[in-house]
Write a protein that binds this ligand. Structure first.
Ligand code: COA
Length: 114
């Protein structure tokens, strides 16, 4: 999914496969990115909301997102969107040759789950 001003792409978001195991078919791992020139103007929130609607329409019951502990903007976005912090994977990703922790967050988007 992309967001544009009619000419340029301002940002994009995607529903990515969470696992190859069919038990997790209803879970989507998400990505959201807003062009640096367009950040802090509400576009990330708008895009995430649209992505959530698309996920519901396509039968997903949960969204998960992985983020770095130092990503303040990302944390602001998912908190505002009602995501819950699940925990922290230690030394989970390699960034510039160094192991970094990774925060896992989730949001149940189907209110009718048993
Ligand atoms: C994270 C990202 C998608 C947010 O998009 P955005 O359009 O800037 O976000 P919004 O304007 O909708 O703001 C959503 C919330 O983010 C936080 N935020 C946004 N800009 C901020 C800033 N300059 N300083 C502090 N917090 C900020 C706030 O909590 C904000 O809510 P508020 O406006 O009610 O205070 C964007 O910064 C980005 O593309 N970052 C790089 C990629 C990335 O980190 N993706 C997410 C991985 S978790």
């Amino acid at each position: 999914m992309v967001i544009t001003d009619g000419q340029d792409i301002q940002g994009w978001a995607s529903l990515n496969p969470y696992s190859h195991r069919c038990a997790y078919d209803g879970v989507a791992d998400i990505s959201v990115y807003i062009d640096r020139n367009w950040r802090g103007k509400g576009l990330g929130s708008k895009l995430l909301q649209a992505l959530e609607e698309t996920a519901k329409e396509n039968g997903f019951h949960k969204l998960v997102l992985f983020t770095f502990p130092f990503n303040q903007l990302g944390q602001g976005l998912y908190r505002k969107a009602g995501f819950r912090e699940v925990g922290v994977y230690e030394k989970h990703s390699k960034l510039d040759g160094k192991w970094v922790d990774c925060i896992i967050v989730e949001k149940l988007i189907d209110e009718n789950l048993d």
